[in-house]
Ligand binder design. Sequence first.
Ligand code: FMN
Length: 216
Amino acid sequence: MKKLVYLSCLAAFVLAGCKQSTPTTVYSKSQKDAILDNIQTRRAVRKYKDKQVSKEQIDTIMKCAIFAPSALNKQPWEIRVVRKPEILQEINNRFLKYAEGKDMKGSAAHYKEPGFSVFHGAPTLVVIARDKSNDYSMMDCGSAMQNILLSAHALGLGTCPIGSLVPVFNLPENKDVLELLNIPKDYAVAISLALGYADEQPTAPQRYPDRVKIIE
Ligand SMILES: Cc1cc2nc3c(=O)[nH]c(=O)nc-3n(C[C@H](O)[C@H](O)[C@H](O)COP(=O)(O)O)c2cc1C
């Protein structure tokens, strides 16, 4: 009998070790409201304070990033948090070189203005690269991006996806920048994100609720 109890305890212990279970979370009304509010009040921020984000904040945000879902749990991303002013300057310079003479769209269209920063002068730029051999990697990197946007917003920080930098990072002539960021050869940049303390409170651009239809 003693042996049986011992063996079942051992089996339970081994099983518990194999599978990390997440307890079902029950949120209070105010917690639910806060979570839903966080999703709806996040905005693309295009003006930042001259104040760096702390390492602790970065750790929290990156933990949220890697908890994004991914197809087959492959986690086909390589994420770099760039805070070195010289590297940020160089990335902006590469963008300016790329943009020269081109008809750029959105905020990038202002590239000829003095002091222009493609990542809106944010003190931190997050670069998310995707495994090119994984068909779902763009989607998975998008999920990681959204976790970054929302967790940063929950911490009181501002963010902005910077798609304008994607073709710049992936140009063969800018391979040295990817090498500097230690991005593996079989990866390409999927998206980059400005991160910092917001110095503006943008209003939400128009949404199109009619693009959602319930079929029943
Ligand atoms: C994939 C992607 C790329 C984007 N690229 C840029 C960009 O290069 N520069 C910029 O200022 N905003 C960029 N944005 C921000 C969008 O313009 C913004 O999310 C959209 O206008 C909706 O505004 P909201 O985020 O405040 O709701 C990008 C957003 C996404 C999702």
